[in-house]
Design a protein around this ligand. Structure first.
Ligand SMILES: [Zn+2]
Ligand SMILES: [Zn+2]
Length: 308
């Protein structure tokens, strides 16, 4: 199954690169190498779209410790915004592999910004180019995450919890609920035997005899998160592929919206977006475009005048 997918990816990449008329060949990054800073095999998701859409070869840096900049499990806290951490991480990889272009991603999860009572995953992917002095980012908010957590004692029935965790396709991590002096976290729990051993061991180290189990959110242990990174990598590669009409820099793309879509009934401006703003990360030039969905009027139910 995996092999078939891999082969068809290679075929389509080859078909594009064999096409002499491909605009990709004129892209400033065509044939260049970028380093992706990852300890968790994110290159599986990130490398293919950059190769197909830009002709940029993404390699992963060996021997770097991205965990030093903070971990998902919280045993090492992150310092700074997601964007700042992503930049530091990209530079770690660029230094290690001696490339002028680097990539890094950061992920977190919390309350969905638009939908109440839903937990969402938030992913940021950034390209840093030290030759041009630019950074190009894209982000993704998705309700499609697999993150479950439970506090339990040895011997408890785990059937429904493990099903909701999608274990063993998705990995688990475990720690004592009430740790004494140190807080050991066991990661890479991939089999039922690993899990039973971890629960037995950590229960003995927990003052209340209970253990906290949760999904491992690292990309290589959470295929749902890897799929989100895949979508985000396509989004960023498309943006990097797009060149500024004024200065030719990579990364021309949507930078915001202008609100005020007129009401269908009374014509007053609503709070819905009317135009998309596009901008360049290098020269700062920008332009407005009509909405990608072609919508030019808003439903009166969103109008403060018709439906206050
Ligand atoms: Zn420009
Ligand atoms: Zn109205």
């Amino acid at each position: 199954m995996a092999r078939t997918a891999d082969r068809s990816n290679k075929k389509s990449a080859k078909a594009i690169s064999d096409n002499g008329d491909s605009p990709m060949k004129h892209h400033p990054y065509h044939g260049m190498v970028a380093t992706l800073a990852t300890m968790h095999r994110k290159e599986i998701a990130v490398a293919p779209p950059f190769k197909e859409l830009v002709g940029l070869h993404v390699i992963s840096a060996a021997d770097i410790d991205t965990d030093a900049l903070g971990t998902f499990s919280g045993d090492i806290p992150r310092i700074g915004s997601m964007g700042e951490v992503a930049t530091r991480k990209a530079r770690l990889g660029m230094t290690a592999a001696n490339t002028r272009i680097g990539l890094a991603s950061e992920g977190t999860f919390g309350p969905h910004p638009a939908i109440p009572f839903i937990t969402a995953g938030m992913e940021l992917l950034k390209l840093v180019d030290d030759d041009r002095g630019i950074e190009i980012s894209e982000s993704l908010v998705t309700p499609d995450i697999v993150f479950q957590k439970a506090i339990l004692r040895p011997g408890e029935d785990l059937t429904s919890f493990l099903a909701s965790c999608r274990f063993p396709s998705h990995g688990l991590i475990a720690r004592p609920n009430a740790p004494g002096v140190s807080t050991p976290i066991i990661k890479d729990i991939l089999t039922r035997d690993d899990l039973d051993n971890a629960i037995a061991m950590l229960a003995r180290q927990s003052d209340d005899g209970r253990v906290v189990l949760s999904n491992d959110m690292r990309a290589h242990r959470n295929p749902t998160r890897m799929r989100s990174l895949d979508k985000l990598a396509i989004k960023l590669a498309q943006r990097v592929a797009s060149l500024c009409p004024a200065c030719g820099s990579p990364g021309f793309g949507k930078s915001g919206q202008i609100d005020g879509l007129p009401c269908m009934d009374c014509g007053s401006p609503t709070r819905s977006p009317m135009l998309d703003k596009f901008g360049c990360v290098a020269c700062g030039c920008s332009e407005t475009r009509t909405r990608a969905d072609g919508k030019t009027r808003e439903n009166p139910m969103y109008c403060d005048y018709c439906n206050p």
